[in-house]
Unconditional design. Structure first.
Length: 218
């Protein structure tokens, strides 16, 4: 799947989005998330609060975006670029694991902040919903002759599985993993290997992916 290069307008929008992400994270690190206002982020990025609201609905979204920036599009792109001979289930799993675990210094700082505030954790978990649409489009192209609903069902299942993995990983220290809830406050300590958790929750979807591939064969 070939995507045309972005035009000037889209590049400007992307630059503004990146400036807002960077400003939100920097101010949150310097002052603490609770001391940062939308107006502060907008001013630091050189835009108006109204422009800010065109990109993010809250300060939490902007801060979280520093670690999740365009991740859903990168997952879809990685699946689309995968070798044709690789099972689709494997391609999706490896794309998800790569994009959620290959993080740099900025993403690590953002994650430390995310684990310290309930609103940031909730915003972080909510970003998993962005996986569904771009992944649906890629699966539809890969599966070709599959039933029209199949790519969306598979993509929605991947989205749900990723959220479950993150909820289990970002659980309060000392809490029961089976509880499935996040504490109202306090620092959360990521538990175990995120890559292992992602592979574990995505594994039950493999038979559905395999069946869809078989049905899509001419």
């Amino acid at each position: 799947m070939t995507t045309p290069p972005p035009g000037l307008r889209e590049r400007k929008k992307q630059a503004t989005r990146e400036a807002l992400r960077a400003a939100a994270l920097r101010l949150a690190v310097e002052r603490g998330p609770d001391q940062v206002r939308v107006e502060d982020i907008a001013e630091a990025a050189g835009v108006s609060p109204r422009t800010y609201n065109n990109y993010f609905a809250s300060r939490e979204q902007a801060i979280v975006s520093a670690v999740t920036a365009d991740r859903e599009a990168r997952i879809a792109a990685a699946v689309a670029a995968g070798p044709a001979g690789v099972r689709l289930a494997e391609a999706v799993t490896e794309a998800v694991v790569e994009q959620y675990t290959n993080t740099g210094e900025r993403e690590h700082r953002a994650l430390l902040l995310i684990t310290s505030r309930t609103a940031l954790r909730d915003a972080f978990l909510d970003t998993t919903a962005g996986i569904e649409l771009p992944l649906t489009a890629v699966l539809a192209e890969r599966l070709g002759n599959a039933e029209a609903h199949t790519p969306r069902v598979l993509a929605a299942s991947v989205t749900a599985a990723v959220r479950i993995a993150l909820e289990g990983w970002l659980r309060p220290a000392g809490s029961a993993e089976s509880d499935g809830s996040l504490a109202a406050g306090g620092l959360l300590v990521p538990s175990g290997s995120l890559a292992d958790r992602l592979r574990t929750v995505l594994a039950p979807l493999a038979p559905a992916f395999d069946a869809a591939e078989r049905r899509a064969q001419p």
